[in-house]
Design a protein around this ligand. Structure first.
Ligand code: BTN
Length: 319
């Protein structure tokens, strides 16, 4: 009901009287007033004038479906959004509900108390300052192909930023950097049988409007936020919906045409690694080489000592 009242207020340029609303929704004016107060608590500024009624003056910076719907240009990605003010981790919650949810369902939170990074690391997710989201996917592809989805996500984030005139680079396979520092990490998790995927959770964390004080001292040389670099607040709704719109296009190519060529082209053209000396860390093993390319399968092509060239499927890379 709250959302129906919100929609009515949004659709009207003028004041709407409590009486009009109570007729429309068959409830008392006191009940309408209760819902108006709930909307105010969500951050909507609503002017109320006796005998004239209610009018929305400003909208909150929150990532609910109601607030982002008008910017969404997708068929199924983000058409069902679960919004949390605070949660332990959107990836964790997504795994709990994935079996019963439709493909493209998105979980997004203003804050994560136990945000998960790769390799069991903690992911800092301060309230209202980032985009902390997980997308539930159910691709009918070989489980071996799932690693590619991370690249599709990274390419979508790159394109979304580029649409907003923000230049970034992709650090294969799961980071997006600006000015050499990380602003986005992707954590893709999967549940699968031998040759069938039950679901994939693609968790995307973006440091959008974090201030210097939000970034721990020990991460300051490696991580930053878009706001710090651009020196201005970034519209989270615009970025969030841009990512979902761009991701759906790239993902459809993958599931409908088995093609990831556009994503690979983006990852190659804007790679933070190609041409650089890199270290590949896998557990205790560290290998040093030079990143040459990303091949059509999405693997990193690396030249090691003695000119030996190998395709790398996974790993933690440092430059
Ligand atoms: C990385 O280590 O680079 C991956 C970070 C992934 C963070 C995102 S934030 C939304 C989603 N929920 C989580 O708990 N983690 C991912």
């Amino acid at each position: 009901m709250k959302n129906k009242i919100l929609k009515m207020l949004k659709d009207s340029e003028d004041f709407i009287s409590g009486e009009e609303m109570s007729k429309e929704f068959h409830m008392t004016r006191a009940a309408i007033w209760k819902y108006i107060n709930m909307l105010k608590e969500d951050g909507y500024i609503i002017e109320s004038i006796p005998r004239k009624g209610y009018k929305i003056i400003s909208f909150p910076d929150i990532l609910t479906y109601e607030e982002v719907e008008e910017y969404l240009d997708t068929d199924f990605i983000g058409r069902n959004i679960y919004y949390f003010n605070s949660i332990n981790s959107t990836n964790r919650k997504a795994k709990e509900i994935a079996f019963g949810e439709k493909e493209g369902t998105v979980l997004v939170a203003e804050q994560q108390e136990e945000g998960k990074g790769r390799l069991g690391r903690h992911w800092i997710s301060p309230k209202g300052k980032g985009i902390w989201m997980s997308i539930i996917l159910k691709p009918k592809v070989d489980p071996m192909k799932v690693a590619k989805i991370t690249l599709l996500g990274a390419a979508a984030v790159y394109k979304a930023l580029s649409n907003m005139n923000i230049k970034s680079q992709i650090k294969w396979p799961n980071d997006v950097l600006i000015d050499g520092k990380k602003i986005c990490g992707i954590l893709t998790e999967m549940s699968a049988e031998l040759n069938m995927i039950n679901y994939v959770i693609m968790g995307i964390g973006i440091n959008v409007n974090l201030d210097e004080s939000d970034i721990p001292e020990e991460l300051k040389d490696k991580a930053t936020s878009i706001k710090i670099i651009e020196d201005k607040e970034i519209d989270r709704k615009e970025l969030f919906t841009n990512i979902l719109n761009e991701f759906e296009k790239i993902y459809k190519d993958f599931i409908d045409r088995d093609s990831i060529s556009e994503a690979i082209d983006i990852c190659k053209a804007n790679s933070a690694l190609i041409g650089k000396d890199i270290r590949i860390i896998r557990g205790d093993e560290v290998r040093v080489g030079k990143a040459l390319d990303i091949n059509e399968e999405g693997h990193l092509v690396v030249e090691f000592d003695g000119g030996i060239v190998e395709n790398i499927y996974s790993g933690e890379i440092s430059i």
